[in-house]
Design a protein around this ligand. Structure first.
Ligand SMILES: *Cc1c(COP(=O)(O)O)cnc(C)c1O
Length: 393
């Protein structure tokens, strides 16, 4: 990596970090679809395997295209090291394998990605790692849940789907005071809007599938942090267990990072305009968007994030049938659970992403039957408004 990188602004890093031009002189980064790498002689092979000389061995753990993506994302998050993974879930699992052992304890926000909850509750529990779930913004509950064997605090902010905002610096101070690690899943904001490491988090986790790709093409994940945690411990899990990103996907994400900041600010501007319009519609009970003055953590969001993101959630009067009517009347929005795409998407959480919860659990999580989640893309806001107005009229 260039020596200048620490002096570069975020926009320059997004375009220029992680560039290692080959002697072909290619201007756009090359893709290296190779499983292994050849050595000049037996001594070079031995030195690579011994780790005494740097260089590639096998694409399960190093590949030039993946390294370019890792260096660029590390530069954007302001972390020393990044390790890429086959998916966001394998990034979360590998982080847990790296920093936890049997008998350890996690305190996690209740409002995390549904599959993350299942990973903690059903799978890590089998190996003797217990998790306590707490409300994202109840700081007393976080502190009370911490035990002597607590090793990891885990959260997403903004939360899905209600866009609640947690104070990362406050939770980082709590983690430090109790000698635990703080991991933040930064999939919703990305480093373009929020940089958890600068606020004191130890680990940043990504589902690259969402905004890092930004066009809904590839599944991938990543972990960013310091050399000891990520460069050694998390990398060791990747090398041994093998949930590796493909070089092609790494190239797609690498190119996605070049436009990340532009896209995130455009998503945010569209989402704010739509949220403000939704708030004026008579059939709507409530709009959840951190950019609205009515949002309970609006001032924290303003201070912690440089934009409010692309996710808008709202509740219609009339429960599930009214919500489904709005969804089924759309022609522009895609009815899909994915998010972070240039194409706007519309989801009914109660019957899809949160459908496996009991009605009581859903009520506790604030997921009403009339709730609709939007991931606002890059279309014209007027077209998105007209699309929703049809079902709201
Ligand atoms: C999608 C998502 C994940 C899981 O990522 P995959 O790439 O689908 O494995 C984790 N966390 C959040 C916040 C997500 O939105």
């Amino acid at each position: 990596m260039s020596d200048d990188i620490d002096d570069w602004g975020i926009a320059t890093r997004a375009v220029r970090a992680g560039v290692h031009r080959t002697n072909e002189g290619e201007h756009s980064e090359a893709i290296f679809p190779t499983s292994s790498f050849a050595f000049a002689n037996a001594a070079e092979a031995a030195a690579r395997f011994a780790g005494t000389t740097p260089g590639n061995i096998y694409s399960r753990f190093t590949n030039p295209t993946i390294r370019s993506f890792e260096e660029r994302l590390a530069a954007l998050e302001g972390g020393a090291k990044c390790v890429a993974f086959a998916s966001g879930m394998s990034a979360i699992l590998s982080t847990c394998l790296a920093v936890l052992k049997a008998g350890d304890h996690i305190v996690s926000s209740k409002a995390v990605f549904g599959t993350t909850t299942i990973l903690f509750q059903n799978y890590l529990a089998k190996f003797g790692v217990e998790t306590t779930f707490v409300p994202l913004t109840d700081y007393a509950a976080w502190e009370q849940a911490i035990r002597p064997n607590t090793r990891l605090l885990f959260l997403e902010t903004p939360s899905n789907p209600l866009t609640e905002i947690a104070d990362i610096a406050r939770l980082a101070a709590l983690a430090r005071a109790h000698q635990t690690l703080l991991a933040v899943d930064n999939a919703f904001c990305t480093p373009a809007l929020q940089r958890p490491l600068a606020l004191g988090a130890d680990l940043v986790i990504h589902s690259a599938t969402k905004y890092l790709d930004g066009q809904g093409r590839c599944i991938g994940g990543a972990v960013v942090g310091n050399d000891e945690l990520v460069g050694q411990a998390v990398y060791g899990v990747l090398r041994t267990c093998g949930p590796s990103m493909s070089p092609f996907n790494a190239w797609v994400f690498l190119k996605g990072l070049e436009t990340l900041s532009l896209r995130m600010h455009a998503h945010s501007a569209n989402a704010l305009a739509l949220a403000q319009w939704l708030e004026r519609q008579p059939r709507i009970k409530r709009v959840h968007y951190p950019g609205l003055a009515s949002h309970p953590q609006h001032s924290l969001a303003k201070q912690q994030q440089s934009g409010f993101g692309g996710i808008v959630t709202f509740e219609v009067n009339g429960g599930q049938s009214a919500a489904w009517r709005v969804i089924d009347a759309t022609r522009v929005f895609s009815i899909t659970a994915n998010l972070g795409d240039t194409k706007s998407t519309i989801t009914h959480p109660a019957t899809t992403t949160h459908g496996r919860l009991t009605p009581e659990q859903r009520a506790q999580a604030g997921i009403g039957d009339g709730l609709i989640r939007l991931s606002i893309g890059l279309e014209d806001v007027a077209d998105l408004q007209a699309d929703l107005a049809r079902g709201l009229g």
